[in-house]
Design a protein around this ligand. Structure first.
Ligand SMILES: [Ca+2]
Ligand SMILES: [Ca+2]
Ligand SMILES: [Ca+2]
Length: 340
């Protein structure tokens, strides 16, 4: 474990910031007020923003009268939050979404890519929903039994798709095929890309393959595909709780508060984690064992958004100028001085 966090930091910060933190959400990040962005949004999973602030939300009906593969439609949340509507065609397992801003993959700028798996044992797919709602298949895996749960884009515009089964693909815009890229491990399928095009995922617990339960060796660790060496390496030995099958990762947008660190949480402890480029994690929040958080995403407004699959909400954390003062070791000194 590389956890630097001490639980008293969190307690102290709660006292310090209680006046400015909305009590509307169970999840807490030190010094950053949290609030509900959209409520009663049924089964939210993957999140992605268009540049104008429109939010697209993948969907899973496991806690809404269906199961993880029930066909349904994704949601589109209006700019600023609050109101939303279903968007596009009915799709199997539409968990993950990614906005195709320039139409590089779908052919239509502003389309929303949706990734999932066909039925119980079909191929993994990427569909595209055009701005007018027209829904078309972009590509699917050549063989069956791939659950594509993560999409990411490299600096040269290569579209990367990650599967629970551990096979990662790159979309070939010439042939419209998903070409094999590398093998990670049994993962949660989440895909996060850093500034050097290294690709990160969290090791999952187990998968069903060919009717058999296949466990993984190191569940909850963060792995990294190293672009320079072409190898998969253990980036952070965090033993995150992956019993729900998901463990989202998101890189900060490079601003003064979030920086370019990697953010995730441990569902087992409820701790929210900031992970530096060496894989060292610091605890900066609590309560993340509530609501079944399915994805994390930074918006064009610099706020962090999280989908709560079980609570049917998307919540938002907007740093304030005072939040920056609470950063890092300086924050601990500040908190201690005030409590002395
Ligand atoms: Ca996302
Ligand atoms: Ca699903
Ligand atoms: Ca899925």
């Amino acid at each position: 474990m590389k956890l630097n966090g001490i639980s008293c930091w969190v307690t102290a910060a709660t006292v310090l910031t209680a006046a400015s933190v909305s009590q509307a959400v169970d999840q807490m990040i030190i010094g950053v007020p949290g609030s509900i962005y959209v409520d009663n949004i049924n089964g939210p999973v993957g999140l992605d923003f268009a540049p104008d602030g429109t939010l697209y939300v993948g969907r899973d009906l496991t806690f809404s009268g269906g199961d993880s593969t029930t066909p349904t439609r994704i949601h589109k949340v209006d700019i600023g939050g609050g109101t939303f509507a279903e968007f596009g065609g009915v799709l199997d397992d539409p968990d993950e979404v990614l906005v195709d801003v320039n139409g590089l993959y779908s052919g239509t700028p502003g389309s929303v890519l949706v990734a999932g798996k066909v039925g119980l044992a079909g191929p993994g797919f990427i569909q595209a929903i055009a701005p007018d709602g027209t829904t078309t298949l972009v590509t699917q895996t050549a063989s069956n039994d791939f659950n594509i749960n993560g999409l990411g884009i490299l600096s040269d515009d290569t579209l990367v798709a990650g599967s629970n089964e551990g096979d990662y693909f790159q979309y070939n815009t010439g042939t419209n095929m998903l070409d094999p890229f590398f093998f990670m491990d049994i993962t949660t399928g989440s895909v996060a890309v850093d500034g050097q095009d290294n690709i990160y995922s969290v090791v999952g617990q187990a998968i069903f393959q060919g009717g058999m339960l296949v466990p993984s060796a190191n569940p909850g660790d963060i792995l990294r595909y190293n672009q320079v060496t072409g190898m998969v390496e253990n980036f952070a030995d965090l033993n995150l709780d992956v019993s729900s099958g998901s463990a989202p990762l998101a890189f900060g947008p490079g601003d003064a508060f979030w920086g370019s660190d990697l953010y995730t949480f441990n569902r087992g402890t409820g701790e929210f984690l900031r992970v530096d480029s060496m894989g060292n994690a610091t605890v900066i929040g609590s309560g993340w064992d509530q609501g079944l958080v399915a994805d994390l995403e930074f918006g064009p407004d610099g706020a962090l958004y999280a989908s709560l699959l079980q609570d049917n909400q998307v919540i938002r954390f907007i740093p304030e100028p005072s939040s920056v003062l609470l950063l890092g070791l300086g924050a601990v000194g500040l908190i201690r001085r005030r409590r002395a």
